[in-house]
Design a binder for this molecule. Structure first.
Ligand code: ADP
Ligand code: MG
Length: 682
């Protein structure tokens, strides 16, 4: 940074203590702060042809003063100044309120430029700004800045002009030359000049392109430096798995892996083999085949001579995984055990003993896995499924059970790429963005609440075919504030409606864990045909015979959550349906319902969700880890974000970066900035 730019704004003419204080409130203390203070929009001050201007538009015109300015006083201290101007062939009236002082300055025959609101019917402009005998009309676009206190746009523009005149030439470049060349970005000096004094909107766009990239670049530089530092500090296991066995295992699967699965398997295997510790997030929509990928990872680690743990949030899920892994491994000699809190006494002791002796290869379970008496002989790989259900603390305990086991987090919540690389920036992210072929699309309908009778008939039709259905409600109990159906009411209505014919179950978050499990089990064994539930049913449950989901008040849910819910059906071979009961009032709500009926791709939905709700709301609550950008927008500018990510990753891998004088400023930047959450480099 150039020292001169660190000077106080009071070095500029016209900025005294008072003004400096106002500027300081706006976050501007130094010349550099001022130069970097960005406009949030531009006013179009190109001279307009009155034939093309529409009524009510804000325009700028230029004309000759045709008659003596006239003042009308009215009320106390209030006045109106009227000037007649000849603008091309029109005689136009320009009106200014409470600016009587202008009268003296204006002489017939003067050329004036007036900006204001155009009244087409009266040929009148209500002026906000006037320039008398302007030297020339240079700027076509005037920047508009966010202001505080007594600061005015005019004054700020003047300070900016002065600052650029005196200091504009010593603005330093901050980005590496080759990256500027790669993207044909303007220099920092030029970009800032253009953002403040553009000749055209195209120039603004160019300048913004540079500043957006720059902002992401420095953000990613910090993030990636942090990731690199973490990774190198975390020496992990080098797992020499048996490639031949692994290939045989993959060939023995009853299906061919999708491209996306193959790619992720490769990423996982590379991590296992490397001396770094794996810290990877695997995202894949429900049904995209994460379990098989996990199984391949587990098998690789076992062939390298290690034990593995897989932790899932509920007993039912643990059992489901246990069953499917056992069948996947049935032709191998891998030993798998299940450990949940229902495994007690002798059975449990037996498992723990074998585990300690290294006689169990894979242990699947719930948080029962993190009890202190669960000890592995040689833990190599830890996988957690539905990772957002576990606290950071629980994951940490499990990870610390081995010396430095590799860790894979799996989640079925598609997180938009942009958020994934920012929020999980310190993790590696793998994505399965492709479904196994031959899947039936879940047919989704959006229905108004007044068609509920037809919905009930539809439910009955599905039940008559021997299928089961989920009925989802937003709230558990009646709330007088919100006019929403609640699970208990709906449960009662449906129980009456289907009385002896079908059994209805009720599930919600306030039930004790044991009862929840019982209800879920009854449903999965088809003792219950209908399950009325709140969103607790969202995660991981697999009941292939359930082919219908009805969601009450669907407009209350975000797209990502609706998608998660809908993923409970469509797991069997039958055509599945999802009915969204909703009377959304807002356009946004209608849009969400419409999108749901159009796509079942979780990544598309999550991107749209992010667009509609913004990054802050995406996670349901304000996510503290989410960075705030000055000019860049994670959603809109995601391409730049990805580019900056790739560029910084590559840069940090270059020996030059750590040695060459060219990169000294960037190295200094990393050394003096908190690169993440208060951690510094070295
Ligand atoms: P996820 O855990 O991602 O929700 P699963 O791993 O449970 O998905 O897979 C869902 C179903 O798809 C399982 O029955 C699985 O056997 C099957 N499956 C997985 N991968 C493939 C594939 N490449 N081709 C066909 N079927 C697959
Ligand atoms: Mg799964």
């Amino acid at each position: 940074m150039n020292n001169l730019l660190e000077g106080s704004t009071t070095l500029l003419n016209g900025i005294g203590e008072e003004t400096a204080e106002t500027l300081s409130e706006m976050g501007i203390d130094t010349i550099n702060d001022l130069l970097n203070y960005l406009p949030y929009r531009y006013e179009d001050v190109r001279l307009r042809d009155l034939n093309e201007v529409t009524h009510g538009e804000k325009i700028t015109i230029e004309g000759k003063v045709h008659s003596e300015p006239a003042i009308v006083y009215y009320g106390r201290k209030r006045n109106r100044l009227v000037i007649h101007l000849l603008v091309t062939q029109y005689l136009v009236k320009a009106v200014f309120f409470n600016r009587a002082f202008l009268k003296k300055k204006i002489v017939i025959g003067d050329t004036v430029t007036v900006s204001g609101k155009w009244d087409k019917h009266r040929l009148t402009i209500t002026g906000q700004d006037i320039q008398i005998n302007p030297k020339d009309h240079t700027n076509e676009f005037e920047p508009v800045y966010p202001l505080k206190g007594a600061m005015t746009t005019k004054a700020l523009r003047r300070f900016m002009e002065q600052a650029f005149k005196e200091y504009g030439d010593i603005i330093n470049e901050t980005l590496p030359e080759d990256l500027l060349a790669k993207y044909k970005l303007p220099s920092r000096k030029l970009a800032l000049r253009k953002i403040h004094f553009p000749q055209s909107l195209a120039e603004v766009k160019e300048a913004r392109r540079r500043l957006i990239y720059e902002e992401f670049f420095f953000f990613q530089l910090r993030l990636q430096a942090f990731r690199k530092m973490k990774r190198e500090a975390s020496k992990g296991l080098t797992q020499q798995y048996n490639l031949q066995h692994l290939k045989t295992f993959i060939q023995s699967l009853p299906f061919e892996l999708t491209h996306a699965q193959k790619k992720v398997v490769n990423e996982i295997c590379r991590d296992l083999k490397s001396s770094y510790r794996m810290n990877r997030l695997l995202q894949g929509d429900v049904g995209s085949g994460k379990t098989v990928v996990a199984a391949i990872g587990l098998y690789a680690s076992v062939t390298a001579g290690y034990q593995c743990a897989m932790m899932v949030p509920t007993e039912i899920l643990a059992e489901q995984h246990f069953t499917s892994l056992k069948s996947l491994f049935h032709e191998t000699d891998v030993t798998i055990e299940l450990l949940t809190s229902s495994v007690k006494g002798k059975k449990r002791t037996g498992i723990l003993e074998k585990l300690l002796k290294g006689e169990i290869d894979i242990l699947i379970g719930t948080h029962a896995l993190i009890q202190h008496d669960v000890v592995f002989a040689k833990l190599g790989l830890v996988i957690t499924d539905e990772q957002h259900r576990f606290g950071v603390e629980q994951r940490k305990i499990l990870r610390e059970k081995g010396e430095t086991p590799d860790v894979l987090f799996m989640t079925a919540t598609p997180i938009p790429r942009t958020l994934a690389i920012t929020v999980f920036g310190e993790m590696d992210v793998s994505v399965i963005n492709e479904m196994p072929s031959g899947r039936k699309k879940i047919e989704t309908y959006w229905v108004k609440h007044n068609s509920i009778d037809r919905v009930f008939e539809f439910i009955e039709k599905e039940l008559m075919k021997g299928r089961q259905a989920y009925i989802i409600c937003p709230l558990i109990e009646e709330s007088d504030k919100l006019d929403v159906q609640n699970a208990i009411d709906v449960y009662e209505i449906l129980s009456q409606y289907f009385h002896d014919k079908y059994k209805v179950g009720l599930m919600h978050g306030k039930l004790p864990a044991k009862e929840k499990d019982d209800v879920m089990r009854a449903f999965s064994e088809n003792h219950l045909q209908l399950l009325v539930s709140t969103t607790v049913v969202e995660v991981g449950v697999n009941v292939p015979n359930a082919s219908l989901m009805v969601i009450y008040d669907a407009e209350r849910f975000g797209l990502s959550q609706l998608h998660q819910l809908r993923g409970r059906v469509g797991r069997g071979s039958e055509q599945s349906y999802c009915i969204l009961l909703a009377d959304p009032k807002s356009d946004n709500g209608k849009e969400r319902m419409r999108i749901m009926t159009e796509t079942t791709d979780g990544f598309v939905l999550s991107e749209r969700d992010l667009e509609l709700r913004g990054p802050g709301d995406f996670f349901g609550k304000k996510q503290s880890g989410l960075p705030e950008f000055k000019i860049a927008d994670m959603v809109h500018d995601y391409r730049a974000l990805e580019a900056a990510r790739n560029d910084t990753v590559a840069l940090l891998e270059e020996a030059d970066f750590w040695q060459s004088p060219e990169y000294l400023p960037l190295r200094n930047y990393l050394a003096t900035t908190e690169i993440l959450n208060g951690e510094k480099l070295d």
